[in-house]
Design a protein around this ligand. Structure first.
Ligand SMILES: C/C=C/C(=O)SCCNC(=O)CCNC(=O)[C@H](O)C(C)(C)COP(=O)(O)OP(=O)(O)OC[C@H]1O[C@@H](n2cnc3c(N)ncnc32)[C@H](O)[C@@H]1OP(=O)(O)O
Length: 259
């Protein structure tokens, strides 16, 4: 079904492996087309609560396929290419599933931009992340100049973008670029543990939390609070809210069904 990606499902967690190591998992047209198809498949599978993207313990990915990028001749074609990759990553950001990037080895350029579109990022201690596009005479065109400043602040983002050098996992953690740093060799185990923890939570509340944060962050505080109240109110039409509160009062684990 997929050549450059691999999909494994473990309970309510989908593990998507970037699977083109000979080309450093560079994001090619083929990989992006397969990713879009895979997102369709996952978005329609209500049994999946969390999607984890990774490339293995020692490699996440080296960015967009430079050979393909070098073949773009006209500015308008570059605009279309950029908007196309942004569209795929927006689907990750706005997915009703929680999304995580498990970063081993190196995540550069478009591959880091994929990780930035995820809700959470976990890196192994020896991993490095960066947006080196300035070294190619270009800039990140898959959301990096927008998501990175929103995550770590404009000045530190511009430092990373203008110097174009990768930063080690600990520094990325200190900046708030990654949520956790785990020991080398335990990336998959730790990422899946966290993913399963999130996947066990109430599905509708999970989706509404993402909406409240993702939409709210772009609004002024008053509009954001109004959006939060709407998300909060929507959940009061769900069985899960009744089940969650009932389970607490009956001192038992809740059995959330996503309805
Ligand atoms: C909107 C988004 C835009 C972008 O993302 S632009 C791309 C941004 N990314 C980069 O600039 C990183 C480019 N790659 C590198 O800097 C290096 O690679 C690494 C540091 C990641 C690894 O270096 P090393 O271990 O020395 O391996 P190697 O010999 O450079 O690469 C092994 C093979 O992988 C190919 N490759 C690496 N990165 C890319 C890429 N991004 N696009 C296409 N191919 C890539 C190489 O060419 C080579 O291939 P062969 O063995 O046939 O010579």
């Amino acid at each position: 079904m997929y050549e450059t990606l691999k999909l494994d499902v473990d309970g309510a967690v989908a593990l998507v492996t970037l699977n083109n190591p000979s080309q450093m998992n560079a994001l090619s047209h083929q990989m992006l087309a397969e990713l879009s198809k895979l997102l369709d498949e996952l978005e329609n599978d209500n049994s999946i609560g969390v999607t984890v993207f990774w490339g293995g313990e020692r490699l996440f990915g080296a960015g967009a396929n430079i050979k393909e990028v070098s073949q773009i001749e006209k500015s308008y074609d570059a605009f279309v290419w950029s908007r196309g990759i942004q569209k795929v990553f927006n689907r990750i950001e706005n997915s009703s599933k929680a999304t995580m990037a498990a970063i081993g080895g190196i995540a550069l350029g478009g591959c880091l931009e994929l990780a930035l579109a995820c809700d959470l990022r976990i890196a192994s201690r020896s991993a490095k992340v960066g947006l080196p596009e300035i070294n190619l005479g270009v800039l990140p065109g898959a959301g990096g100049t927008q998501r990175l400043p929103r995550l770590i602040g404009a000045s530190k983002a511009k430092e990373m973008l203008l110097i174009g050098e990768p930063v080690p996992a600990e520094e990325a953690y200190r900046l708030g670029l990654v949520n956790r740093v785990v020991e080398d060799g335990s990336l998959l185990e730790e990422s899946m543990k966290m993913a399963k923890q999130i996947a066990a939570k109430a599905p509708l509340a999970r989706a509404m939390i993402k909406s409240a944060v993702n939409v709210g962050i772009g609004l002024d505080i008053e509009k954001g609070l109004e959006h939060e109240a709407k998300c909060f109110a929507i959940l009061f039409n769900t069985d899960d809210l009744r089940e969650g509160t009932k389970a607490f009062l009956e001192k038992r684990a809740a059995d959330f069904r996503g309805r």
